[in-house]
Design a protein around this ligand. Sequence first.
Ligand code: UDP
Length: 242
Amino acid sequence: MRNEIMGVSFDDLTLEEAVRTGEALAEGPDFSYVVTPNPEIVNMARQAEDYKTILNQAALVLPDGIGVVYAARILGRPLKGRVPGIDFASGLLDRLKGTQRRLFLLGAKPGVAEQAAENLKQRYPGLVICGTHDGYFQDAGPVVEAIRAAEADVVFVCLGAPKQERWMARYGPQTGARLMVGLGGVLDVYAGNVKRAPEVWQKAGMEWLYRLLHQPSRFGRMAKLPLFLVEAARESRKKGSA
Ligand code: UDP
């Protein structure tokens, strides 16, 4: 079941349910991709119809930000909760580690994906990481070829939005991979370059504030979030009076 929030249809799943579905997709016969929109991404989709279509055509659309969960509540279509991309990724890694499934890490600055791979191999013994590539390339061709040559089953695509979603939808099917997941800055976290908020902040729904305090350059992007909720309230009133 999907809940439509400002034009993007989100899967209403718990983290556990989402991970189980992701695992099944990684085993499936066809290519599929997962997106993890936060309010910023939903806003981008409201301005670009083709991008919105790419999001809505994903096999799984997971609410990464607390802002999406609040908007869902305001719109009267509440979601079970937030499913942060990084928690989904970590849940998936936990399932993959006991299998022969092959993971490829794509994105971030040169060296970051390699460092993330090192750290993940330690944290998830038995995990097969079949290749890495940085996210600052000009031509897609060699990257598609690298993923194909590595015989990757699952690819974490961390190119930032909207690039990563567009990339997965356009090039994913050519790579031979079964599942791609668009995960923003997650490789920086796995590499140890960016710290995640402590759990109390996460549980309180304040992870965004923690990130803002540690990366003040994000202020411009985040200043738009309250507006997102105002828009949700406006849409809700409009629907209520229709
Ligand atoms: N990035 C990339 N290629 C690009 C632009 C960005 O690989 O052309 C990477 C960037 O280095 C970072 C990630 O994409 O690792 C985006 O991080 P951001 O914090 O913006 O994403 P968020 O987690 O907020 O979605």
